[in-house]
Design a binder for this molecule. Structure first.
Ligand SMILES: *Cc1c(COP(=O)(O)O)cnc(C)c1O
Length: 820
């Protein structure tokens, strides 16, 4: 295929439908061995993916050549998760050949939409953190930044979710078992990683020996940018047995982990841990972290040496490494080890270089989510790294902390990277967040409020020591996937209406504000939403076998299931609405469909109970004729990127109702507003900035603020008081607890009821309930005034310029990566 015809500039491929059709047929026959008349959508999907891959590869080579010649500083984004979503449709869009491909496939007799449905989501992430990494790769590439993502090519990504009797059932997701044409093995770049063993001194030098060895094989996934020739690489490591990995010595009962956790070379990259905002603390997870970090650092150092110099003393001029949360934090110790043990750099200089290279993004304030590893475990798996962490800690405490708080041993204990146990005899724990802060030149939070809390509550002493270090970079989402690709009708309407390419500069959407109360524009905007709702209604019918009307309010909460995100508050309110309708079936309320999507970590009991309860309430409500279709509840199974792409364009209301102070940013909130949904939300995470951008009149804010939350806790909070005072809350909680919704297991919802009433309701569901219910009344009143509703919806979409991940990446470039 000719990617660049004579006379065309080299930013976009120039291919027409005829070229594409020919290439598809060629790949069907020559790559897949399938004849045209045998090909179905699955075969077409694979052939078409190979066509696009060919374009990508050609451009990757050009991109790398340009970068080698330009000798630019490269950004390396280290993340245990990349939730990239399906790649074919997105790549066609970014390459600007979607329309021509539609024509080509129509000629071949299979609609492109059907073909795209055959791609399984690479489920290499849990939720927001992994999706952020994917949006950032898209933006770095679109902005022509030399960037590379490093992660793990898990064989089994996040589990597949289904429901049995309303309960979550998990099955393994072997997402690349059939085929994954995007991943290309690059044996030439394989790495060897050492584990275990011990450290001896030879002639005054520490030597790490008697180690086990694992092989890391890289798989490269091309990342296309929009409207640019640049194609970057996401390099994902897979573990393999290497000579010297002695399985037998591992079976000898040396592990406290259960049998299913037995560690062999291959199973290091077998599974993604399914916890969101909660570390598993398992040996295999530490090994995963070190494995991918060691492979990635060795790989980028080799590249630096190839392109620049054998000496690493100026490596910071060419290399910036971003740590996506503390998951890759062991990289700080590994980089120090390489500098000191392999490159003979002295400790103090090694620490300087390390700090220039590294930066760390904090994603959570939840105390239980902050990673700590037992010192004993690190000593066993990575003995040299434990020594180096002690050296860093010693220097940090005795020269840097000492300089600010001379003689203050209490402060040294508070700030030590190695936490002393409360009780003597307990394990000392290594605080990975402290290691990340000490080893980095910048630390960022992910929304303005969150970053302030990182400065004031999480790391106040670090902030005092280094007032310039902790900064904010508000998250964003790529408008290519989250508007252009997932909502093509709205994208076309915007193109018709405003000047310039909002796909590259999302602030351009601001011009749409001028049309917010234009009746003709409102009509078209509303018609597109209605159309998207019809499509979603069909998906709901297929997945849940429930009929919903596109004329009802589609009220959506899709995100990981966690008590801090408060799906349980949404549930209590739905139960109350149902009871209000039963009391008065002629109640003048707009019909509503409540839509959920969420996976719960398999070990998270209360979260799974909430899923079960929502499904049982849904079943009851959906089958009750008395309420005349005024209320429906659906829980779509197996929430993931490809499902989000169908749900978000069809949403009227976006539920962003976390307890204030707990959601670091949220990015779902941004995707919804971009697609014209109205937010009902607390003043938490990026909701605060969304409210600033859209204006207070265009969002339904409710509930306690961060300050009010801490005042309430200070005063003493008793959820029972609220239960006793509120007739409505009492009736729905008693109903949950009565066994009526689950007669075969009457105690099924006890864990939820106990969390709310007996265990202090830590996430303040009861305290915020009334304000939440009132906010929903305001939503219902607004829905009755369509001109107002659509004005608000359009204003939301038009005000999302700030929340492009392009803006986030530009902020990182300026404030963290020192790019011009
Ligand atoms: C955007 C996204 C998330 C993050 O959603 P939040 O509401 O910000 O928690 C999680 N999962 C998927 C699949 C997403 O696309």
């Amino acid at each position: 295929m000719s990617v660049n015809k004579a006379g065309q500039n080299d930013t976009m491929p120039v291919v027409d439908s005829e070229d594409i059709a020919q290439s598809v047929v060629r790949h069907l026959q020559q790559s897949l061995g399938v004849e045209l008349d045998e090909a179905g959508p699955a075969e077409y999907w694979e052939a078409l993916s190979l066509v696009v891959r060919e374009i990508d590869l050609q451009r990757i080579r050009a991109t790398r050549k340009k970068e080698r010649e330009g000798k630019a500083r490269r950004i390396y984004y280290l993340s245990l998760e990349f939730l990239v979503g399906r790649l074919l449709g997105n790549n066609l869009h970014n390459l600007g050949i979607f329309k021509e491909t539609e024509k080509a496939m129509a000629k071949l007799g299979t609609p492109l939409v059907d073909i795209l449905e055959n791609e399984s989501d690479p489920s290499l992430g849990n939720g927001g953190l992994g999706r952020l990494a994917a949006c950032f790769m898209d933006s770095m590439t679109t902005l022509d930044m030399p960037a590379m993502g490093y992660g793990i090519n898990y064989r089994f990504g996040l589990f597949r979710q289904s429901f049995a009797g309303g309960k979550q059932v998990e099955t393994p997701d072997g997402w690349r078992e059939d085929s994954f044409p995007w991943g290309i093995e690059r044996a030439k770049r394989k790495q060897h990683v050492k584990l275990y063993g011990l450290v001896r001194e030879h002639a005054g030098k520490a030597v790490w020996e008697d180690t086990q060895e694992v092989l890391g094989m890289p798989w490269d996934v091309p990342v296309t940018g929009y409207g640019t020739g640049t194609v970057n690489t996401l390099r994902l490591w897979e573990s393999r047995a290497a000579h010297g990995f002695d399985l037998n010595s591992f079976d000898a009962g040396r592990y406290q982990d259960s049998r299913s956790q037995e560690i062999s070379a291959e199973n290091i990259s077998q599974v993604l841990y399914p916890n969101d905002n909660h570390p598993a603390g398992k040996e295999l997870r530490l090994i995963q972290q070190y494995f991918f970090v060691a492979c990635s650092l060795a790989d980028l150092i080799e590249r630096y040496k190839r392109e620049n110099s054998e000496s690493l003393k100026n490596i910071a001029d060419k290399v910036a490494i971003q740590l996506n949360d503390t998951h890759p934090a062991i990289a700080v110790a590994e980089f120090m080890r390489v500098l000191m043990d392999e490159e003979n750099v002295v400790f103090s200089r090694a620490l300087e270089v390390t700090r220039e290279v590294f930066a760390y993004t904090n994603h959570t304030l939840l105390p239980e989510a902050l990673e700590e590893w037992p010192q004993q475990l690190i000593t066993k798996v990575l003995p040299r790294h434990m020594q180096i962490i002690h050296m860093i800690n010693y220097h940090f405490l005795h020269s840097e902390v000492e300089a600010v708080w001379p003689g203050d041993d209490h402060m040294k204990r508070r700030l030590s990277i190695i936490e002393e146990p409360d009780r003597p005899g307990d394990d000392q724990m290594v605080r990975m967040a402290f290691l990340s802060v000490v080893g980095s030149h910048k630390v960022n939070g992910v929304a303005a409020l969150h970053s302030r809390l990182v400065q004031e509550k999480l790391f106040p002493e670090f902030h005092h020591m280094w007032p310039e270090k902790i900064i904010n970079v508000t998250n964003g989402v790529t408008p290519r996937r989250w508007l252009d690709y997932c909502n093509p009708e709205l994208a076309a309407l915007i193109d018709e209406t405003i000047e310039g390419d909002w796909r590259k500069d999302l602030y351009k959407l601001g011009a749409m504000k001028a049309y917010a109360d234009d009746p003709a524009f409102q009509k078209r905007f509303a018609a597109i939403k209605h159309d998207n709702k019809k499509h979603l209604a069909a998906v709901i019918k297929e997945l849940c076998d429930v009929d919903v009307s596109p004329d009802a309010i589609f009220d959506v909460q899709i995100k990981r299931l966690h008590e801090y995100k408060r799906q349980q508050m949404n549930l209590l309110h739905i139960m109350a609405l149902y009871r209000r309708l039963l009391d008065n079936p002629d109640l003048d309320v707009p019909p509503r469909v409540f839509i959920f999507g969420a996976k719960a970590a398999p070990g998270y009991k209360v979260a799974k109970t909430i899923i079960h309860a929502i499904n049982r309430v849904a079943e009851r409500v959906n089958n009750d004729r008395r309420i005349k279709d005024k209320l429906k509840v659906v829980f779509l199974p197996n929430y993931r990127v490809s499902l989000a792409e169908k749900i978000i364009p069809a949403a009227d209301v976006s539920e962003q109702i976390s307890t204030a102070g707990f959601e670091a940013s949220g990015t779902g909130n941004m995707k919804f507003a971009l697609n014209g949904a109205l937010t009902v939300g607390t003043l938490d995470g990026a909701n605060v900035e969304i409210a600033e951008e859209v204006g207070d009149d265009n969002i339904f804010i409710f509930g306690l603020t961060v300050e009010q939350v801490s005042e309430l806790r200070h005063r003493g909070y008793n959820p029972r008081d609220i239960y006793n005072r509120s007739e409505e809350l009492r009736s729905v909680i008693d109903w949950l607890d009565s066994g009526d919704l689950c007669p075969e297991e009457p105690e099924a919802f006890r864990p939820l009821v106990e969390a709310l009433l007996d265990q202090g309701d830590y996430f303040l569901t009861m305290a915020d309930y009334q304000a939440y219910s009132d906010a929903h009344e305001r939503i219902a009143e607004t829905w009755k005034k369509p001109e107002l509703w659509w004005k608000m919806a359009i204003t939301n979409s038009a005000s999302m310029g700030k929340f492009s991940s392009d803006r986030s990446i530009q902020d990182y470039g300026k404030a963290i990566w020192n790019m011009s």
